[in-house]
Write a protein that binds this ligand. Structure first.
Ligand code: DAH
Length: 339
């Protein structure tokens, strides 16, 4: 009987040592110490022993049980430590791995220029308004004082969708639409896309962006126009910028002017960007023609106003030295990522 107990203990010791997981260990525990386990089975024979033998065997059985329990506890601790370790490793973060680059979005250079323009003009009291890109012949030309046979209203220059309906070729259309709806004073800018029947190259596109400006009130003069646009150019291109106004013709203004700013790159000395002239053309401007005021029901004897229209693409082209305006619409991530 005592030999059998020793045999059980050595078997149990081997099994416990061999248990590769806490689950296997639990099986070994049940096998030796469970209610129907080996030790309990062995002690069934206790009753048939003599009075001298019984206490000896009983004592040894208790020792064997205690030893088995100690072995189980030790093995359990080792196994759960190891299992915990593998679990930790599986979830581990390897801080030595190279990181992933986070690509963040950027505003398109044209959007940035537009945001800047809006910031400057709203700071001067202008409101930002919108107009439709699909226009009628009336808003596109007639209301703007174009004579009926003007070449700009020709199919060779504008995209007509059908007779009398076209994609706007200038944001000046928004002048009329806005004045029709309001009474003076009107002080607005209208940024937006325009379309012209134009062959695409580095400096021309069939679609481009303009910003229109309009201020109508009593006593508005050409001096107000010059002051406002000079301030705008200095905010946009830098405090040292000069602004030049030269006579020009547009049907909807009288007098009309071409606006240019001294080249922000060479400071007027002449460079590749300004084609050695020292000046960069920004757009057109002038005093709103009395016929246009009459067309929207304003009294030209009482009200005067100025208007201007500038191309937006030029501004980031000058600022960042972009030489091809096709880059704005190609959506090449390598180009866009630079801004
Ligand atoms: N609409 C003209 C163009 O696209 C630019 C322009 C000139 C706008 C004179 C104006 C202006 O408001 O007064 O070429």
């Amino acid at each position: 009987m005592l030999d059998h107990l020793d045999l059980l203990l050595s078997q149990a010791a081997r099994n416990i040592e061999a248990a590769a997981s806490t689950d296997a260990l639990r099986e070994a525990e049940v096998h030796y110490l469970g209610r129907k386990g080996e030790l309990t089975q062995a002690l069934r024979g206790l009753g048939s022993l003599s009075a001298e033998e019984r206490p000896l065997v009983g004592k040894r059985a208790n020792e064997v049980r205690a030893e088995m329990e100690a072995l189980l506890a030790a093995r359990k601790e080792a196994l759960s430590a190891r299992e915990e370790e593998t679990r930790r490793c599986r979830n581990a973060l390897d801080v030595t791995l190279p990181g992933k680059r986070l690509r963040h979005g950027r505003r398109h250079p044209l959007t940035r220029a537009l945001d800047e323009i809006k910031r400057i003009f709203t700071g001067l009291g202008f409101e930002v308004v919108q107009g439709p890109e699909i226009e009628t012949d009336y808003y596109g030309f007639q209301a703007l004082n174009y004579p009926p046979d003007h070449p700009a209203a020709d199919e060779a220059m504008s995209f007509f969708l059908k007779d009398g309906v076209l994609l706007r070729s200038q944001t000046s259309t928004v002048q009329v639409r806005t004045m029709e709806k309001r009474e003076p004073p009107v002080r607005i800018i209208a940024p937006g896309r325009c379309y012209r029947y134009e062959a695409v190259d580095a400096t021309h596109s069939h679609s481009f962006t303009q910003v229109e400006g309009l201020f109508v009130d009593e006593g508005v003069s050409m001096a107000d126009l010059k002051g406002t646009l000079t301030l705008f150019a200095r905010e946009m291109f830098g405090p040292g910028v000069q602004v030049r106004f030269r006579p020009d013709y547009f049907p909807f203004v009288e007098p009309g002017a071409e606006i240019a700013a001294s080249c922000a790159i060479c400071k007027g000395a002449g460079c590749r960007v300004c084609k050695m002239s020292g000046w960069l053309e920004l757009g057109g401007a002038g005093m709103v023609h009395p016929n246009v005021l009459r067309n929207v029901g304003y009294d030209p004897e009482k009200y005067t106003g100025y208007a201007f229209g500038m191309g937006i693409e030029r501004m980031p082209m000058i600022r960042y030295g972009i030489e091809d305006m096709r880059l704005f619409t190609e959506n090449d991530i390598r180009f866009l990522e630079q801004f």
